[in-house]
Design a protein around this ligand. Structure first.
Ligand code: IPE
Ligand code: IPE
Ligand code: MG
Length: 233
């Protein structure tokens, strides 16, 4: 029962269901992404309020390039718009923004916004928001192995391997939330989820409210994390 009332240090979210949210309203998928941005701000406020240290948000996977160009472009312009617009809000709330994922095929425009967002919020010390962009868990592992090979490292263990991942200083997620009713990982954190508690909810991401977030926290607090051990009664 030691977990009761415990606030997870790191929550990761697969923000899914924007397209379906729009479709149900007879709108273009883009409107779902637009509404999804509001839900991001809500989640950041909530995470800060309850004292979560790290919030990772899966925003765009390496597989999402396979969507129509029009949708991909709209997602990236929303992102750039959001970063530029929300820097003051993030700074006021002492939030540090970080981006994780491959940067090689991002446009100059997107790269500039990312660098600016990170730079302007680097003093934020109450909550770190990690936006996973052009990210996939397998790509991250392969990138780590490439670095290891390049450096000619001859021996590796789990702890030293971690140092080659994108964000070695961020602890593994305690809780993963996926919205929209899908119950899969979709190539999100692959290495880091080894002992994460998983929570799936049918709520579509644009509808994900403070109350829904709180519900996920309650469920997390009722779980017994054993990490392979036997806990004393
Ligand atoms: C999640 O919503 C956002 C991204 C993947 C960028 P979706 O766009 O996947 O929404 P659904 O799953 O089609 O409803
Ligand atoms: C996962 O959602 C990626 C993000 C939320 C960014 P998808 O909608 O791409 O996942 P699948 O295709 O349903 O597995
Ligand atoms: Mg989806």
């Amino acid at each position: 029962m030691e977990n009761l009332y415990k606030i997870p240090r790191h929550i990761a979210i697969i923000m899914d269901g924007n397209g379906r949210w729009a479709k149900r309203r007879g709108l273009d998928r883009i409107y779902g992404h637009r509404e999804g941005v509001e839900a991001v701000e809500r989640a950041i406020r909530f995470a800060k309020k309850v004292g979560i240290e790290y919030l990772s948000l899966f925003a765009f996977s390496t597989e999402n390039w396979q969507r129509p160009t029009q949708e991909v472009d709209a997602i990236f312009s929303l992102l750039v718009e959001y970063i530029n617009l929300k820097i003051p809000f993030l700074k006021e709330n002492n939030v540090r923004l970080l981006f994780s994922g491959r940067r090689d095929n991002l446009s100059e425009h997107v790269l500039q916004a990312i660098v600016r967002g990170e730079e302007e919020t680097k003093e934020g010390s109450s909550l770190t928001v990690l936006i996973m962009l052009n990210y996939s868990g397998r790509a991250e592992i392969v990138d780590a192995v490439r670095k290891i090979v390049r450096e000619g490292v001859k021996d590796i263990d789990e702890e030293s391997f971690r140092n080659y991942l994108y964000n070695p200083d961020i602890p593994d997620p305690d809780l993963l939330i996926r919205t929209s009713g899908e119950e899969r990982i979709s190539n999100f954190f692959v290495w880091q989820l080894a002992y994460t508690e998983l929570y799936f909810t049918p709520v579509l991401w644009p509808d994900f409210s403070e109350e829904d977030f709180l519900k996920a926290l309650y469920v997390y607090q009722s779980r017994e994390r054993r990490f392979g051990k036997i806990l004393d009664e």
